[in-house]
Design a protein around this ligand. Structure first.
Ligand SMILES: O=C(O)[C@@H](CO)OP(=O)(O)O
Ligand SMILES: [Mg+2]
Length: 434
């Protein structure tokens, strides 16, 4: 019998796609098998997320150093985990939650806990000779994700551009993941031509989408993206639909409950902002809107859900922060119909899988998501299939830290062969009723 007990835990500082430091953890088992986890990092972070522990020393790395988080891995987490059986993921995650002792991982830091949680899962999977998705999801893990892929990136990911954060596309008519991805690549290439024809500079935003320079309005993004879909030879909505991440918490004015588009110098009441989004959903081939309202504007969210909740997917990201209590509040209030799932918003693999489970059992759709700061880690491609979640959002097709997730999904699809399932536009059957 091979020995699955944890022998050693290493932690080091490496750098992510924004050249920010992040934490990498290696877990080594008694049988010599390794597993590795790396913490991703957000820019438009929700105020209810688990805490990312940064050193805060302005003299070094802009205060973004992670030596405290690394110290916590080596001096608090490692001594407690060494000797534990790596197959007991839930027990190990529970142990780290106890060691931290706070509701938002603010003691040890989610960026200390999560890479340990990931590395333990990989070590156990590797020791069993299983791909991570099979280890985490078991024999019935088989659903490939419908991809949600960014073509234009604004907001917090492209300073001094436009207010809306993500203009993305979702292939609707593909028959499998590989084809879906190829279709998006065609739209990306078409968008490059459309941008050039409209004399827009081709700069690249944080997640690899085009940086919207020289835009007169936020709506211009929708106009250009719809043009790119046509240009690639696809029928809008039928073949290729648009998804938006408004990330509206970034431009919400808490004092008076209004929303401001700085680019256009326009301020909207919550009712007016709901109207604006409804108008766009009528006019453009939009199938999904994320964070349409602010993370604290439950009233606005109720309004938006009443208007669009049966027509398109409405995702809560900053609103829910992969947090079971917040998801439950949303379900009880009938707010949104989908939940963005980010591992580092909550901090362990077990809690992430619990949040997906809760989302599904509430009749909501889970959408697994990367962060704007990413690395070569491809865990979310596996997590998506492990949980039969059905949707994956990873920024653009370009840039390697994004491509690793998409390429891994292509490999998983090949691995599953005839056993794989791709739901295509039917993923939305549960939410689109009108
Ligand atoms: O808002 C989001 O959904 C993510 C990914 O696009 O951004 P960030 O990681 O900066 O929160
Ligand atoms: Mg978001």
């Amino acid at each position: 019998m091979t020995d699955f007990r944890i022998r050693e835990i290493k932690a080091r500082q490496i750098f992510d796609s924004r050249a920010n430091p992040t934490v990498e953890v290696d877990v080594i088992l008694e049988n010599g098998i390794h597993g590795r986890g790396i913490a991703p990092s957000g820019a438009s972070t929700g105020q209810f997320e688990a805490l990312e522990l940064r050193d805060g020393d302005p003299a070094r790395l802009d205060g973004k150093g992670v030596s405290k988080a690394i110290h916590n891995v080596l001096s608090v987490i490692a001594p407690a985990l060494i000797g534990m059986d790596a197959r007991n993921q839930a027990e190990i995650d529970r142990k780290m939650i106890e060691l931290d002792g706070t509701p938002n991982k603010s003691n040890l830091g989610a960026n200390a806990i999560l890479p340990c949680s990931m590395a333990v899962a990989y070590a156990a999977a590797n020791a069993m000779g299983l791909p991570l998705f099979r280890y985490l999801g078991g024999a019935n893990a088989k659903v490939l994700p419908v991809p949600m892929i960014q073509i234009i990136g604004g907001g917090a990911h492209a300073v001094n551009s436009i207010d809306i954060q993500d203009f993305l596309v979702i292939p609707m008519s593909a028959v499998n993941f590989a084809q879906a991805f190829e279709m998006v690549v065609n739209v990306y290439n078409a968008a490059k031509k459309v941008f050039t024809e409209h004399q827009k500079p081709l700069s690249i935003a944080d997640e690899g989408g085009f940086w919207p320079t020289d835009f007169k309005s936020n709506e211009e993004g929708l106009i250009l993206l719809t043009e790119a879909i046509h240009r690639a030879g696809y029928k809008p909505m039928e073949d290729m639909a648009i998804a938006l991440d408004i990330a509206s918490s970034e431009f919400y004015n808490a004092a008076d409950g209004t929303y401001t588009f700085r680019l256009e110098n326009r301020t909207f009441s919550r009712e007016e902002f709901v109207e604006l989004l409804c108008g766009w959903a009528e006019k453009y081939p939009i199938v999904s809107i994320e964070d349409g309202m602010s993370e604290v504007d439950w009233e606005g969210y109720q309004l938006l859900t009443k208007r669009l909740g049966n027509k398109i997917q409405l995702i809560g990201d900053d609103l829910f922060t992969t947090n079971r209590a917040r998801i439950q509040k949303g379900v009880d209030m009938g707010v949104c119909n989908a939940v963005l799932i980010k591992m580092n918003q909550i901090g362990t693999i077990t809690e992430t899988m619990d949040a997906i489970e809760q989302t599904k059992s509430s009749g909501y759709l889970p959408v697994i998501s990367a962060r704007s700061g990413e690395t070569e880690d491809a865990t979310i491609a596996h997590l998506t299939v492990a949980a039969n979640a059905g949707q994956l959002k990873v920024g653009s097709v370009a840039r390697s830290e994004r491509a690793v997730k998409w390429n891994e999904s292509i490999r998983i699809e090949e691995f599953l062969g005839e056993g794989g399932v791709y739901l295509s536009k039917h993923i939305f059957d549960r939410v689109i009723k009108e």
